[in-house]
Design a protein. Structure first.
Length: 404
């Protein structure tokens, strides 16, 4: 009788093991997002266990632990952002889609196990070295869409790393190759898929920028080691007749929060205009959260105003709460807008500003409630010296305001 009882238990355990989905193979994978019929955006990731892998972009390493399995399908989400990849495992491949539901965007995805290269190259000897600074214009033939940037690159052999800085932020950690005279760079952080290709001479570039499969634009660049973008502290300002910032927006608990509330009285306040979908906002939020935690003994407060493209208020607060949890943000994030990330609509919510030019934008308010400075955009860690310059300037200016 005892042996008869053991047999069903063994069968049950065997059945459970058979139904347990196969884990991703541990090791390095090469992924591709199909951004056009002929162009793919590659990136690499390394699976370290059944429930964790790392995405690589130059010096950036993104740890992914939100992974779910169902039969032959795997779904994984990078920290903070809404987008996710859903793919079917078969032998040494993953095939599926990168999906952003709020924006109705779907991009074909394919990954192959055991491939360590990022871009395939045809010519092993580069014909150009792009190291240095490049004065850049995106959409140069469109008065409506044109904007300036600064390319900052480092090349060693065929490998190229760097970024493009704009007046509103940067394009994160770009990694790629110089294939003869063709430069190819990419970045994928779980929510943003960037691909840059350009034909390069010793002094000029002619290229195309792809953001996922929904946007592409041309760009031109020329070498200019002394080129600098406009001062980020001069781009956004208060309209005539204003010297203060006013708003009332809800937090996740439904409470209406204003700068006139007692928690901000007689304190230096940094107001962060941002969105949970915004890569530069994420970099800035990480820095602000750490700074705030290290200065809780001072008369200093931070407050963020989120402008979300999520279709519902519930979805917007879900994204806000995920950001707060994943990054460890201790200061309040209010929902200023949902359903669109339009900067025109954002400016309507803050009519004292000449415009909302960038997510993020930081507004510095002194102890008397007066706006003292507005900083447009954010130069993240990928910009190197500019990031260091910002953190130094930020710390020094906060100290000035605190000592008044």
């Amino acid at each position: 009788m005892r042996n008869l009882l053991i047999i069903p238990i063994v069968l049950l355990l065997s059945s459970c093991n058979l139904n347990r989905p196969e884990a991703l193979k541990e090791g390095v994978w090469r992924a591709e997002l199909q951004v056009t019929e002929t162009e793919v955006l590659p990136f690499n990731f390394e699976v370290t266990s059944r429930d964790a892998f790392k995405i690589f972009n130059a010096e950036e390493v993104i740890m992914v632990t939100d992974i779910t399995y169902s039969n032959d399908t795997v779904v994984f989400r990078a920290p903070v952002f809404e987008g996710y990849i859903q793919a079917v495992q078969k032998d040494n491949t993953l095939q599926g889609h990168y999906i952003k539901e709020s924006l109705d965007r779907v991009v074909p995805f394919l990954a192959t196990f055991g491939t360590t290269t990022r871009f395939d190259i045809e010519r092993t000897t580069p014909l150009v070295n792009v190291s240095g600074n490049w004065e850049t214009v995106f959409s140069p033939n469109s008065d409506e869409d044109a904007y300036i940037a600064k390319g900052i690159f480092k090349q060693e052999g065929t490998k190229v790393t760097g970024t493009f800085r704009t007046t509103t932020g940067d394009y994160r950690y770009l990694e790629g190759v110089m294939d003869g005279n063709l430069m190819k760079l990419s970045a994928f952080d779980g929510a943003h898929a960037f691909l840059f290709t350009a034909e390069v001479s010793d002094s000029t570039m002619q290229g195309t920028f792809y953001s996922g499969n929904h946007w592409k634009e041309p760009f031109t660049a020329k070498r200019n080691e002394s080129y600098e973008l406009p001062n980020a502290n001069d781009l956004t300002f208060l309209n005539e007749g204003y010297d203060a910032l006013e708003f009332t927006f809800p937090n996740a608990q439904g409470e209406q929060i204003s700068l006139s509330d007692v928690q901000f009285k007689d304190k230096v306040v940094v107001v962060q205009i941002m969105g949970t979908w915004c890569p530069n906002c994420l970099d800035e939020s990480k820095y602000y959260a750490e700074f705030y935690k290290n200065n809780t003994d001072k008369n200093l407060e931070f407050i963020a105003l989120a402008f979300e493209y999520a279709k519902t208020e519930e979805q917007a607060f879900k994204s806000i709460n995920r950001l707060k949890q994943d990054v460890g943000i201790p200061y309040p994030i209010l929902l200023a807008q949902y359903g669109t990330s339009s900067k025109t609509k954002a400016q309507e919510k803050l009519p004292m500003l000449n415009h909302v030019l960038s997510y993020p934008t930081s507004i510095f308010i002194d102890k008397k409630g007066k706006v003292r400075k507005i900083h447009t955009g954010f130069n993240g860690p990928a910009t190197g010296e500019k990031y260091t310059e910002f953190t130094t300037e930020f710390t020094e200016f906060i100290e000035v305001l605190l000592n008044e």
